[in-house]
Design a protein around this ligand. Structure first.
Ligand code: C2O
Ligand code: CU
Ligand code: CU
Length: 525
């Protein structure tokens, strides 16, 4: 049965049939406000925002309403896209009600969070227009920069492109004791690329991205370019930071924390300071590193986060400093896409400018030790001498994993793990069974947990492409998303704790994911 057909069948299944195929009961989620520390209503809705001069841009976005908790728990208005930022502490009990005000089905996934199956936003939980989904869980992650976004089957790329994304920032006692920059010096920077039409509307695969479902034309809708983009991934020709083109900010001569999230559909960024100063990294996807590290540049793949510390006091008053994306070898996608957009994969551009203001310098020192982070021990894996192999594949014009594409409720024996165990998984991007030799970078994400990257190896075949990014791969710390370059094998150590059930792993280049480069894994008791 093909996945499409299977999905349709599932969509029309009766409640009894749904129960029989193992959806978790919703009863455990009932609760009143008195049981939680923070209660937020999150509306997914259509809106218009001013991004460029002239006509407003139609978007889909999240609008939060804080029903319980400290005012600091929700900020609805980061940047032009009015990106919501949820700020919580580890251990807090959280309730979030998603209310679907879109003209199509949706569901929210809490990217990077360790939550029970029914809270994870699997596409099988997608709700119809007008419906609600009730999330309730205890925040159980380390302090760090997590995020949330839609996850309906086959529509994630379109919905994220239309503007649906938010940040989920967690603090804890360990982090609070460090006195890192906070308040106005703690800046979330959401990196995205978009294409606009002459009327300032987002263009996604040849159609307006925040339009009605009826406006969504078929595979050939936007012509050959759009068919190619549906396969290779969508690249916008304008860069937005928090929804703002040509982003710029006046900064004081003191230390800042920059929390960068790559929320782009496909684009990677090769981040660097314009004056060649090294970047100082304090955290990755799953929170703080053991100690700060410095890099000349950082490669940030879709869905990855990087936490930077920067002391703008080190530059003279009046300096304009830019955070740039440097040129790199975009390989396959840059070649295929360069006809369509002004900014092919691997093109150089400025992301964000910072103007260093006058006033007294406020000295700050960066702590030498940030967190306790034991070295990953591969010997704890049940398959320590035989990693499971996941080949990233391309066949019959569609991406897959081990030659399989998405199957709503399926997980193979290879994809079944035991609760409480650790495993080694190796993702291989070697173009095995690649149609027309198509091999491109993929940004691999695993739901429900944070893993450690324990090994990378590369074959000579794609050396140029690899060499142009390799010094920017930050594998330290806890990760939930990892870039796997053409020719590479990347080995991960994963632990499956607390929750049984069906969770996703997939490529976070959203058109690849929507095309089927996504699978389930099942955690059995
Ligand atoms: Cu942020 Cu399934 O992904
Ligand atoms: Cu996720
Ligand atoms: Cu991919």
């Amino acid at each position: 049965m093909n996945p499409q057909r299977r999905h349709l069948l599932f969509g029309s299944a009766s409640a009894a049939a749904v129960a029989a195929i193992g959806l978790p009961p919703l009863t455990a989620m009932a609760g009143t406000d008195g049981d939680v520390d923070v209660h937020i209503e999150l509306h997914a809705l259509a809106d218009e925002v001013a991004i460029r001069p002239g006509a407003k841009t139609r978007v889909w976005r999240y609008q939060g309403k804080l029903l319980r908790g400290e005012a600091s728990a929700l900020d609805n208005s980061v940047g032009q896209l009015r990106i919501p930022v949820i700020r919580v502490r580890r251990g807090q009990r959280l309730r979030i009600d998603l209310i679907n005000g879109l003209p199509e089905s949706t569901i929210i996934h809490w990217h990077g969070l360790h939550v029970p199956e029914a809270m994870d936003g699997h596409p099988r939980f997608a709700i119809a227009p007008g419906e609600r989904y009730h999330y309730q869980f205890t925040v159980d992650n380390r302090a760090g920069s997590y995020w949330f976004h839609p996850h309906p089957h086959g529509r994630t790329g379109k919905q994220v492109y239309a503007g649906l994304a938010g940040l989920f920032l967690i603090s804890d006692d360990e982090e609070a004791a460090l006195e890192l920059p906070r308040g106005a010096q703690d800046l979330p920077l959401v990196l995205q690329d978009r294409s606009f039409d002459d009327n300032n509307q987002f263009v996604y695969l040849g159609a307006p991205s925040a339009g009605s479902p009826a406006q969504n034309r078929g595979m050939m809708g936007g012509g050959m370019g759009s068919m190619m983009a549906r396969m290779m991934g969508v690249f916008g020709d304008e860069i937005l930071v928090n929804g703002k083109p040509q982003a710029s900010l006046d900064v004081a001569r003191r230390a800042y924390r920059l929390r960068l999230l790559n929320a782009s559909n496909t684009r990677r960024y090769k981040l660097a300071w314009s004056d060649g100063s090294p970047l100082t990294v304090i955290g990755t996807d799953g929170g703080l590193l053991a100690e700060p590290l410095q890099r000349d540049y950082i490669l940030l793949a879709p869905a990855e986060r990087i936490d930077l510390w920067v002391d703008f006091g080190q530059w003279k008053v009046g300096t304009e400093l830019a955070l740039q994306s440097l040129a790199f070898d975009g390989g396959m996608a840059s070649g295929m896409m360069s006809g369509g957009g002004a900014l092919p994969d691997g093109a150089a551009f400025v992301l964000h400018r910072f103007q260093v203001q006058g006033g007294t310098r406020i000295h700050a020192s960066l702590p030498k030790h940030l967190s306790v982070l034991p070295a990953p021990k591969t010997s704890i894996a049940v398959n320590s001498d035989q990693p499971k192999v996941f080949e990233l594949t391309m066949g019959r014009m569609t991406w897959g994993i081990n030659g399989e594409s998405f199957d709503m409720l399926g997980a193979s024996a290879l994809e079944t793990v035991k609760l409480g165990s650790h495993e080694l998984w190796e993702f291989r991007n070697e173009g095995r069974s690649a149609m027309m030799g198509m091999v491109m970078a993929h940004s691999i994400h695993v739901h429900g947990l944070q893993f450690r990257v324990v090994q990378r190896s590369v074959s000579g075949q794609h050396a140029g492409e690899y060499d142009s990014v390799k010094d920017g791969l930050v594998d330290q710390g806890w990760k939930d998303t990892v870039l796997v370059m053409p020719g590479e094998r990347v080995r991960l150590l994963l632990g499956f704790s607390d929750y049984t059930g069906l969770f996703l792993y997939h490529c976070h280049m959203l058109e690849h994911e929507d095309a089927g480069m996504m699978r389930n894994y099942r955690v059995n008791a």
